[in-house]
Design a protein around this ligand. Structure first.
Ligand SMILES: Nc1ncnc2c1ncn2[C@@H]1O[C@H](COP(=O)(O)OP(=O)(O)OP(=O)(O)O)[C@@H](O)[C@H]1O
Ligand SMILES: [Mg+2]
Length: 161
């Protein structure tokens, strides 16, 4: 894979801080955005996802853990598709779920375990990698490929607030 156009990393010092980071991203999402999430068990993906959903205006009660379905649509300020590729074997299996029809469509996509099927990502997307660096400390590496993802990452983590 080619190098990202922009890469930036931040530290989170608590689950609440991770949630807050997610919320700020969720407020910026637009239809067509694709955000891939990577990180080991307990890295904090779910905390981040819940924050993103809240930031996108999704009712807290809608946010499940995608256990039985591959893709959950949430209704907020926009449609947020929450997908989890953990249980899928390969790209063909993903193709069969209809997931790919949603890429670049009417909503934003938030895809956990993207590293299981990296080919699921479109050419331009934002990838977030979470890593445990201490009991309460997480490193979040954000990598953007393409103009819109770079703008999104810039507004999220680099712009003056
Ligand atoms: N800075 C932090 N950010 C997020 N979670 C943290 C942080 N510090 C500690 N934690 C803890 O790490 C765990 C993260 O759990 P979470 O369910 O979000 O991880 P996950 O990546 O979704 O794991 P899984 O792949 O098992 O679903 C929680 O127990 C949370 O309290
Ligand atoms: Mg999780």
């Amino acid at each position: 894979m080619s190098a990202p156009t922009l890469r930036h990393s931040v530290r989170s010092g608590s689950p609440e801080e991770t949630h807050e980071l997610g919320m700020r991203l969720g407020r910026l999402l637009q239809p067509g955005d694709f955000v891939g999430l990577v990180g080991d068990l307990g890295a904090g993906k779910t905390h981040l996802v819940r924050g993103v959903a809240e930031g996108a205006g999704v009712e807290r009660s809608q946010v499940a853990s995608p256990t039985f379905a591959i893709v959950y649509p949430y209704q907020g300020r926009l449609t947020l598709y929450h997908a989890d590729l953990y249980r899928l074997a390969d790209y063909d299996e993903l193709y069969a779920t209809g997931f790919l029809d949603m890429v670049g469509g009417d909503g934003a996509l938030l895809v956990e375990w993207l590293d299981r099927i990296p080919e699921a990502a479109p050419r331009e997307y934002l990838r977030l990698t979470l890593r445990e660096v201490g009991e309460e400390s997480r490193e979040l590496v954000a990598e953007a490929w393409g103009a819109r993802p770079v703008g999104l990452l810039t507004d999220w983590l680099l712009a003056e607030r």
